[in-house]
Design a protein around this ligand. Structure first.
Ligand code: XMP
Length: 323
């Protein structure tokens, strides 16, 4: 019979046997899947697992700390955090095109991750033979059910390492659906904020700033997003909405009147949607009083924002993200 306890017990035994006295690494994204996969493997092999978290500086407020502190506290996992914010900002300088942003963020991410990986491999200690991935059952079906090894190409020369590093994969969530993964995560004692997290795109806030990504704009968007999330959570709406991108129209200005006089600031867009699988979505009919609170707080508390607008477009025709 299916219980989270049985799933954990079975996976722990399998992983222990598979890994033996070798080592494994796992990339953490802050999302549910990689967090639960890592927690499960940590339960099985303890400090033979090293997790890597690349902080690209495009996360929302508090998310990096959640991984660094709460996740580590809950799992006892060995974690390497790479603070790469400056590097990503430099790479994104002058870039406004959405696909170009995605390409740059993806490329830099792989480079930083591989360097961290190489450093771990170069450590004293048993061979690193395994890579943990948070593949779910729907991903397995979509990709035709294949399993095996990950071939990770080295994009740059790392002292004395082979050009291609081959890892055996550990995918402890391969038979599970998303809601089951959340239940397993809960059973493993992961923080609620991680287990119940809504989807968030890999390129992060980088694709929620329409226009060039700068440090100032990221800070501003982080503040606005934190307010929206706080109010949605306080109103008990987290389970009703699929996700709510908060978008900064960095190249748009409009006239406002705030405090002592006229302002010429940026609009923030709220994009709450309901969806089953993100392929299609409907805009969420949020209560007006919640929208009013978010709008008042953002325009009061976030410098340079003088307007909050609501996106009432379904998908199709609009995608969920603005970029
Ligand atoms: P769209 O905007 O295409 O989004 O309607 C559908 C879902 O995918 C997420 N999304 C991304 N996730 N990398 C990701 O990992 C991306 O580049 C990306 N773009 C969109 C989006 O948040 C939504 O859940």
């Amino acid at each position: 019979n299916w219980t989270t306890g049985n799933v954990i017990e079975e996976q722990v035994a399998t992983i222990r046997e598979q890994v033996g006295d070798k080592r494994a690494i796992c990339g953490l994204s802050g999302g549910v899947d990689s967090a639960v996969a890592a927690a499960l493997v940590a339960r099985a092999i303890g400090d033979q697992l090293t997790c890597v978290y690349v902080d690209h500086g495009l996360m929302r407020k508090g998310e990096t700390e959640q991984v660094e502190k709460d996740f580590v506290a809950a799992t006892g996992v060995k974690l390497v955090v790479v603070d790469a914010g400056e590097r990503f900002l430099t790479a994104l300088k002058g870039v406004s095109d959405p696909e170009e942003k995605r390409k740059i963020i993806g490329r830099e991410f792989i480079r930083v991750f591989e360097q961290a990986q190489a450093d771990i491999i170069a450590d004293e200690g048993p061979a690193v033979e395994f890579l943990v991935q948070g593949t779910l059952y729907p991903d397995v079906v979509e990709s035709g059910g294949g399993t095996g090894t990950a071939n990770i190409k080295s994009h740059h020369n790392v002292g004395g390492l082979p050009e291609d590093l081959e890892f055996k994969l550990i995918e402890p969530l391969r038979k599970l659906f998303k809601d089951e993964v959340r239940m397993v995560g809960q059973e493993l004692g992961l923080p609620e904020e991680i287990v119940q997290r809504q989807p968030f795109p890999g390129p992060g806030l980088g694709i929620r700033i329409v226009g060039e990504v700068t440090k100032e704009r990221l800070d501003l968007l982080r503040d606005a997003d934190a307010i929206a999330r706080e109010e949605l959570t306080a109103a008990g709406l987290d389970r009703d909405i699929w996700q709510c991108p908060v978008v900064l129209l960095a190249d748009v200005r409009s006239v406002g009147v705030q405090g002592d006089g006229r302002t010429y600031g940026h609009p923030i867009v709220l994009r709450p949607v309901s969806s089953e699988d993100a392929m299609t979505a409907d805009w969420s009919r949020l209560p007006y009083d919640v929208l009013a609170r978010i709008s008042t707080r953002i325009t009061n508390e976030v410098r340079d924002v003088n307007r909050v607008v609501l996106d009432v477009t379904s998908k199709p025709p609009g995608t969920i993200e603005w970029e």
